[in-house]
Design a protein around this ligand. Sequence first.
Ligand code: A4P
Ligand code: MG
Length: 199
Amino acid sequence: MKSSNQQPAASNQQRATSNDRVFIALGSNLGDRAAWLRQAQEKLFGAPTVQLVAASTVYETEPVGKIDQPAFLNQVLEVRTTLAPENLLSRLLQVERELGRARNERWGPRNIDLDLLAFGGCILKTGRLTLPHPELHRRRFVLQPWAEIAPEFIVPGFSATVEGLLKNCGDNNRVQKIERQNYSSENKRCWWYIDPPKE
Ligand code: A4P
Ligand code: MG
C-alpha cells in the first residue's frame, strides 16, 4: 500500500536517490503504540536522507520470544535512502533514543523498536549490524506486513521471496490487521482501529 499521507511535510528538500530497496520493521508494545509508530516515521522522514516508498498496514501481534508482555503493533516500511547501511542503522538508533527508548532486557517490552530488515542485496555481519535481519524468516509479525508491500522481493541469503518465506515460516502466532482510518489534513493525525472480530 502506498502511503502518500505519510510523506514528510518538506517538499522542496533534496530527495534520497539510491536505487536499493530498503525495508524497516517497526514495533511497539508500550503506551500509545500507534503514536510511537507515527512519531518514529515523522522523525525518520523529517530529514531528506530517508524517504518513504511504501508502508504496510499496522498489525496487532502476539509477543514472540518473551511471551509475558503486552501485544505489539508492528509495521514494515520500504524506504529509499542516500545513507549507507551502517549510517541508516545509526539513524534508526538515534530515532529510538529521541523517542526515549530504554534498553532493559533483550526481547522485552519497548515503546519503539526499529529494525533494518534488508538493504538491497546486501549480506553483512559486523559487531553492530547483521543484514538481512537474522530473525526475519522465523517471524510472521515481520513477514506478513512485509509481504503486503513487497511479496516478490528476493531476500538476500535466502534465495526466497518474502511471500515464500511467509508461507514457510511456521510461526502461527496471532497477527491481526488494523485498518488505517481517514487521515485528517486538518490536524495531521492518523487514527487506527482494530478490526471487529469476523462473524
Ligand atoms: N543490530 C544488528 N543487526 C541489526 C538490524 N538488522 N537491525 C544490533 C537493527 N539492529 C540490529 O537491538 C540490539 C542491537 O542489535 C542494536 O543495537 C544493533 O546494533 P535492540 O533493538 O537494542 O535489542 P532488542 O530489540 O531487544 O533485541 P533484538 O535481538 O534486536 O530483538 P528483536 O529482533 O528486535 O526482537 N514480538 C512481536 N509480536 N513483535 C515484535 O516486534 N520484537 C521483539 C524484539 C521480540 N518479540 C516481538 C517483537
Ligand atoms: Mg531492535
